[in-house]
Design a protein around this ligand. Structure first.
Ligand SMILES: [Zn+2]
Length: 102
């Protein structure tokens, strides 16, 4: 069986290369809003994080999102994203399991 090529992306926090579906995308929209994009389809500049809260915390500490998105991300926005991250984590993991099933 031939293996399909999996697109890889780098986690901005721990710098690990991972399959795209293992990562959560954070996007800066054209309106300069910073959001978690579970669909991976929103337009704007994206940054990827492992679907792990520990990686989000690392990104917050090192301000990795500021660099990846080339935009200053305020503490408030990091706090908001962290809450969103916790909220979407289960959904993300569930979706991942489903797609592993194909
Ligand atoms: Zn990571």
């Amino acid at each position: 069986m031939r293996q399909r090529k999996v697109p890889l992306r780098k986690c901005v926090a721990c710098q690990q290369m991972m399959a795209k579906k293992e990562l959560i995308r954070v996007v800066k929209t054209p309106d300069d809003e910073i959001l978690i994009d579970l669909t991976g389809k929103k337009s704007g500049r994206g940054a990827y994080l492992c679907g792990k809260l520990s990686c989000f915390k690392l990104a917050k500490k090192s301000r990795a999102l500021d660099r990846a998105l080339k935009h200053s991300v305020g503490d408030q926005i990091y706090d908001q994203l962290e809450q969103d991250f916790i909220r979407v984590e289960d959904e993300f993991l569930a979706a991942k399991e489903e797609s592993d099933d194909e």
